[in-house]
Write a protein that binds this ligand. Structure first.
Ligand code: ADP
Ligand code: MG
Length: 453
């Protein structure tokens, strides 16, 4: 019998008997060629090779020997599978000798939130494509969807899905080096490496990744050295078919801070827009979160939240947490009235989008409140009082209107998107610990709302 036939039988039989998690690797192992008593198998990437060694090597060897009645010599090569319709340069064959990848446990332990899994992510309508493609990447890292980019607004689950990919791969292949990092941390580590003259260690760390998960790439600054470094890291990983997954708050074409060659690298592979969930999915998310916490909440309340908090899952979750905390601490059942009262800060703000509120009005109100001329709020002056008030105005523009970061930036002397987002986040986090600031913001919101009624 030809070895190819024996191989086909081997593969079929093992697929039936192997644990499902291990069979993912066998599925992607293919017959390549044969000589007398010697067979060459192919796997799609270096990453698969490591998994092959761990999960498939012994069972395959045993089964081949058993079915052929002799000792078969097995060799495995890395060979890109040519089934995708990609540019010609990407379909070149890559042959590599088997070199077991050395794994560094310290790197593997980079922070992944274990609760961010595919199981805890509710997918439906708008989020379905992002969810399904993220799962496909996790099932076949280094495969057809490389790099994989998820983009979309704040609080829609980008980090959740990115980390789900990491958690999935770690559990199906515990030896894979999965690195999660935000673009900001990558940048800071690189700067530190330069100042401490440890760039070789930095480079080595990232280039060892089987899977690199890089969050919030819009935070890459227009600093040539950093982009240059990331460009090389990206190429090194890409060329050895390691999986790269990125998230961004907007499509790559709208990233202004990025060099053209990096932009073209990023837009290869698969780019998927994670959109805000629709009403049914918002309800399902709330129900799932209640279930996870072992709590029952009247469906009318969940409906109230889903009807009113539309654009941001993080806010939706936050509202639920507030209500649960209230009912636990005050020991009262939550009624619609209680929900309205407790959530008035979230819900009265036009997350419910309000077409009538403009950055112009907000700047005017904030100026009047702090006694600062609107033109100074818009301008460049950096005295503390002015820049604090400006940050609040920026925060309110982002929070109360549907204007994009770019459009908001234009109202403030052409500040760029990342400056606007930075100001927004700064106020958002400061108001958690600074109750005076939280009150000021509520008052300003009330003032602004009163102008449109
Ligand atoms: P982003 O990175 O897009 O800003 P995150 O991934 O941090 O958003 O998501 C914000 C919060 O909302 C997280 O706690 C996440 O678990 C939750 N979340 C977002 N989308 C979903 C979803 N579809 N199902 C369950 N939880 C979700
Ligand atoms: Mg995120």
């Amino acid at each position: 019998m030809k070895l190819e036939e024996i191989w086909n039988k081997t593969k079929n039989q093992l697929l039936q008997s192997m644990p499902e998690a291990d069979s993912i690797w066998l599925e992607s192992t293919y017959y390549d060629s044969e000589e007398e008593n010697s067979i060459v198998l192919a796997v799609p990437s270096q990453f698969y090779l490591t998994s092959y060694e761990l999960y498939c090597k012994n069972p395959i060897q045993n089964m081949l020997d058993e079915l052929s009645g002799t000792n078969i010599h097995v060799q495995v090569v890395v060979k890109e599978i040519q089934e995708k319709e990609d540019s010609p340069t990407e379909t070149e064959e890559v042959h590599k000798p088997i070199t077991p990848v050395k794994l560094n446990p310290a790197i593997r332990d980079s922070a992944l939130n274990s609760s961010y899994t595919f199981d805890s992510f509710v997918s439906g309508d708008n989020t379905l494509f992002a969810y399904t493609s993220a799962k496909a990447v996790a099932m076949n890292p280094g495969g057809n969807y490389n790099p994989f980019l998820l983009y979309g607004g704040v609080g829609l689950g980008k980090t959740h899905l990115l980390q789900s990919i990491g958690n999935f791969i770690r559990s199906s292949n515990p030896n894979a080096t999965v690195i999660y990092v935000t673009a900001e941390v990558f940048t800071n580590e690189f700067i530190e490496a330069i100042s401490k003259r440890t760039t070789p260690a930095f480079k080595q760390k990232y280039r060892k990744a089987d899977v690199l998960l890089i969050d919030d790439i819009h935070f890459f600054q227009k600093t040539d050295a950093i982009q240059e470094e990331f460009f090389h890291t990206f190429n090194a990983l890409y060329e050895s078919q390691r999986q790269i997954v990125m998230t961004c708050d907007r499509p790559i074409s709208e990233l202004s801070n990025i060099t053209d060659r990096l932009r073209s690298r990023f837009s290869r592979g698969l780019n998927v827009n994670l959109q805000p969930p629709n009403y049914e999915t918002r309800m399902a998310i709330l129900q799932k979160k209640c279930q996870e916490r072992g709590i029952t909440i009247d469906v009318k309340i969940l409906d109230y939240l889903s009807q009113n908090i539309k654009t941001n899952v993080r806010d939706l979750e936050g509202a639920l947490t507030t209500l649960i905390a209230y009912s636990e601490l005050i020991k009262k059942n939550i009624t619609i009235e209680i929900a309205q009262e407790q959530l008035k800060n979230i819900i009265s703000s036009p997350i419910i989008s309000n077409q009538d509120i403009s950055p112009y009005m907000i700047i005017k109100e904030v100026g009047a409140f702090f006694g600062i001329d609107p033109s100074a709020l818009r301008g460049k002056k950096k005295t503390k009082a002015i820049s604090d008030a400006r940050n609040i105005a920026i925060f309110l523009c982002r929070n109360m209107t549907e204007y994009s970061l770019l459009e908001i930036g234009k109202q403030f002397d052409g500040r760029d998107h990342s400056t606007v987002l930075y100001a927004y986040k700064k106020v958002e986090s400061a108001k958690l610990s600074d109750s005076a600031l939280a009150t000021t913001i509520d008052t300003l919101k009330t003032n602004i709302m009163s102008k449109i009624k």
